[in-house]
Design a protein around this ligand. Structure first.
Ligand SMILES: C[S@@+](CC[C@H](N)C(=O)[O-])C[C@H]1O[C@@H](n2cnc3c(N)ncnc32)[C@H](O)[C@@H]1O
Length: 409
């Protein structure tokens, strides 16, 4: 099964074609995107937003399976409920310290299949006053999340959970975002010369009729915002990026951190995703970019193939998240690999507890293998990282007790 950090290697021509219903769906979305291109090439971020989030048709907004063995990829909470239980250990420490009474809440931003809601809320259910609040842009996924919670805990659970279209005000508790920042739309650029900020912007135009994908890259005059963003990245590197260097930049990350900062009154934000500190994110070896698409457990790099039927992502620049903290009235609290963060939150003990009642050898092996997937460096352990920001919270977080990578940001 494919993790959403997998290196794109599938040959576009060898991807298994969708069925007739899938093709018709993708053609409808492509036709609507094509209408917008009639006025001129779209920016890549605009294309990505439409391909993933156009109401009723975008990848996350329509009925495709997406998550799990029958979908396109798996995320950490889908690998094992131990991920959510370890996160719950961290959340419990914070919630105990905050002691927010009836205002106590966990806000999960972008809850996917609901797997994390089930394991995280499940492990914290004993806290009678805790509310679980899900911010989800996709009403189709919100329904799935509700079904997953009801299947796990019964219909009564709905009295303690609510779904929102945007981050709520005055949160006292923990805001969690797992594998969401990588799904925020990015812009793409190519360095034109060795001079900082001298770039082409990669936009999206129409492909020739009969081409395998409906759209192609098209050069755009870069926007001032993109030039400023790339220049700021380059100012942070040892030298400007070389001519021909191609990459992406997440211009939505800082506004998103700003919205999180405005929402949090008191507590902690935990962001887990795949990516790198800036100097590694924009290293020489990544000079062809980090854009990756996931389709039926194949990772490839044709973002224009079957729009609406595949996920499109890019690796996160964790330095950009840390930089956005102070202007958003948030404090930086820690940064570690996902493996170290989970082990610092007693993953090993939680695995032993889960393993003890298992009678079948096979079930114990599956559990041990999930722990390896979540923590080993070659799996999710290092490619995925956790960063914590906070407001009105100055206690050290146990998730960073084994490792502190802040110096790498
Ligand atoms: C890759 S999935 C991750 C799901 C889940 N967190 C997990 O780990 O399995 C991204 C999720 O973020 C949601 N999402 C993306 N942008 C969003 C936004 N602006 N507001 C709310 N949810 C959003 C998507 O609909 C989807 O549920």
């Amino acid at each position: 099964m494919t993790l959403r950090s997998a290196t794109p290697h599938a040959d576009g021509a060898a991807l298994p074609p969708p069925d007739a219903v899938g093709l018709a769906h993708s053609d409808r979305l492509a036709a609507l995107i094509a209408e917008r291109i009639e006025a001129g090439p779209l920016s890549f971020a605009e294309y990505m937003r439409l391909a993933l989030y156009m109401p009723g048709l975008g990848y996350y907004m329509a009925g495709a399976q997406k998550f799990g063995a029958d979908g396109d990829f798996i995320t950490a909470p889908e690998v094992s409920p131990l991920f959510g239980r370890a996160l719950a250990v961290q959340c419990r420490e914070v919630l105990d310290e905050l002691d927010a009474g009836e205002r106590e809440c966990i806000v999960e931003f972008g809850a996917g299949s609901g797997a994390l809601a089930v394991s995280l809320f499940g492990a914290l259910q004993d806290r009678a006053e805790l509310r679980y609040r899900i911010v989800e842009t996709s009403s189709e996924l919100a329904l799935r999340q509700r079904d997953a919670l009801v299947a796990a805990f019964g219909v009564e659970i709905l009295g303690r959970v609510d779904w929102l279209n945007a981050l709520p005000d005055k949160v006292q508790g923990v805001i969690v975002a797992n594998e969401v920042v990588d799904a925020l739309a990015v812009e793409r650029f190519v360095k034109r010369s060795a001079q900082a900020g001298d770039i082409w912007q990669i936009g999206v135009g129409m492909a020739a009729p009969g081409a395998p994908s409906p759209f192609v890259d098209d050069a755009l005059e870069p926007t001032p915002e993109l030039i400023a963003g790339v220049s700021a990245v380059e100012a942070d590197l040892e030298a400007p990026l070389p001519p021909g260097y191609a990459s992406e930049i997440g211009l939505q990350v800082a506004p998103w951190v700003g919205a999180v900062g405005a929402s949090l009154e008191r507590g902690v934000v935990l962001i887990a995703d795949y990516g790198y500190p800036r100097r590694e994110r924009y290293s020489e070896e990544r000079g062809r970019g980090t854009l990756a698409c996931y389709y039926r457990h194949r990772a490839h790099d044709d973002a224009y193939r079957w729009p609406g039927l595949q996920d499109i992502t890019a690796h996160v620049d964790f330095t950009a998240i840390a930089e956005a903290a102070a202007p958003s009235n948030l404090d930086f609290l820690g940064y570690a690999s996902q493996g170290a963060f989970l082990l610092g939150n007693d993953l090993t003990g939680l695995a032993e507890t889960a393993s003890a009642p298992l009678e079948r050898e096979l079930d114990r092996i599956v559990l041990a293998s999930a722990v390896k997937t979540l923590t080993l460096p070659g799996e999710m352990g290092e490619r995925f990282q956790v960063i914590a920001l906070g407001k009105g919270y100055d206690r050290a977080l146990r998730g960073f007790s084994l490792q502190d990578l802040a110096y790498r940001l």
